[in-house]
Ligand binder design. Structure first.
Ligand code: ADP
Ligand code: MG
Length: 376
């Protein structure tokens, strides 16, 4: 789960990390009042779940009260076209006091899955896209794998600051480490962490991602979820206990079991196409659940076809066929639907589809599925 910059900065404050003074504003009529509460110059920042807001015109410096009013009015409600997250409507802005920056740094902690530990990453090239820095000047990024106790001093010393500033950065690193562990975060990132002209060290940006599977033990974190930022279909799927993730391809797939779903996406790729989604309907899905799943699936406007790949174990093929038939009858869709069913009550399932009066291509095996999908 992602949260907004302003929410992440509140958490930073709880962990003793300095952030600039700021006011959150959600309504146009509150803009004047909000700006009068911070000192000028200030920075107006779009609060959307995306990085690179600055480049997209979502972070702007205002050097007078009038200027701040104009900028705030133009950013609040705008559609931000970010390279990272597509088009995002700005429903909230953060009005933040401008900091006099001497140096911008990058600092983060995240999972290193290959090494099964947390990685601590710092760079003197803050404020930029870190993936770009990794490509163009990898020698400017320092990484430490935390296998045992977290002792960041040796790495931070490489940045070449005096002792006072080095210790301040160390304290921030230790706070971030505490935060990632205590709150079950999967990423904590400050880009940029700045050294100011007065030798303070302040977090100007804040990004925290949380492990969804651990949210049940952090009510206060789960409460930070902003449903407007989530994909509406993914939200709908969560309501019905379906694992659905929207992707960019054109072949919708409905599968039971995450492993089979991954393999199905590979098969689609093999046929020269891309999956439009990941959808695992789970083991014991009822025909109603299948119907909901199918409705969510085909609400995607990019679809060229749907591939249903089901291994009927706990999920019975006749339940599946019933659910799909109902969904299609109600929705009147006319894109090709390819079905591969194996397992419990497969014959009954095939009969339901055959007698439905609707058009399905039932394939016997995955090779046949590939051939059919290739021709779409
Ligand atoms: P994003 O990473 O989404 O573009 P940031 O919060 O990192 O957004 O802001 C982009 C840039 O704007 C920062 O790298 C920094 O140079 C500048 N900036 C952001 N907040 C402030 C602030 N309070 N004072 C001065 N400059 C700021
Ligand atoms: Mg940033």
């Amino acid at each position: 789960m992602k949260i907004h910059e302003y929410q992440a900065k509140e958490l930073f404050k709880q962990y003793g990390i300095d952030v600039p003074k700021s006011i959150l504003c959600e309504k146009r009529e509150d803009i004047e009042k909000s700006i009068s509460k911070v000192s000028i110059p200030c920075v107006i920042k779009a609060q959307v779940h995306s990085g690179a807001r600055g480049k997209a015109g979502g972070v702007k410096l205002a050097d007078s009260y009038e200027n701040a009013l104009n900028i705030a009015n133009s950013i609040l409600g705008m559609e931000l076209k970010s390279t990272q997250a597509g088009i995002k409507k700005v429903n909230k802005i953060l009005i933040e006091e401008a900091v006099k920056i001497d140096k911008e740094l990058y600092i983060s902690l995240t999972f290193d899955r290959a090494n099964e530990c947390i990685a601590f990453i710092i760079s003197s090239q803050g404020g930029m896209d870190i993936e770009e820095v990794a490509k163009s000047s990898p020698e400017k990024i320092y990484t430490m794998l935390i296998k045992d106790k977290f002792e960041p001093l040796s790495l931070i010393s490489k940045l070449g600051f005096d002792e006072k500033i080095t210790i301040k950065i160390c304290n921030i690193a230790n706070s971030l480490y505490k935060l990632i562990k205590e709150k079950d975060a999967s990423l904590v990132e400050i880009n940029p962490l700045v050294v100011t002209k007065t030798a303070d060290v302040v977090a100007l940006d804040a990004k925290i991602n949380f492990d969804d599977n651990a949210l049940f033990r952090h009510e206060e974190i789960a409460a930070l979820k902003d449903e407007k930022e989530e994909n509406p279909y993914e939200l709908e799927a969560q309501k019905y206990g379906l694992n659905y993730i929207k992707l960019d391809g054109t072949i919708g797939c409905m599968v039971n079991g995450a492993g089979l779903a991954m393999a199905t996406m590979d098969i689609i790729k093999l046929a020269g196409k891309d999956a439009a989604n990941f959808l695992d309907v789970g083991g014991g899905a009822s025909s109603e659940k299948i119907e909901h799943a199918f409705k969510i699936l085909i609400s995607d406007k990019n679809l060229e076809a749907v591939f249903i790949n089901i291994f009927g174990g706990i999920l019975r093929c006749d339940f599946l066929a019933e659910g799909v038939k109902n969904a299609i009858q109600n929705l009147k869709i006319n894109i090709p639907i390819i079905v591969r069913m194996e397992g419990t009550n497969k014959e009954e399932g095939a009969k339901i589809l055959a007698n439905s009066g609707l058009k399905f291509t039932v394939v016997k095996n995955l090779n046949e599925a590939i051939e059919v999908i290739r021709k779409i």
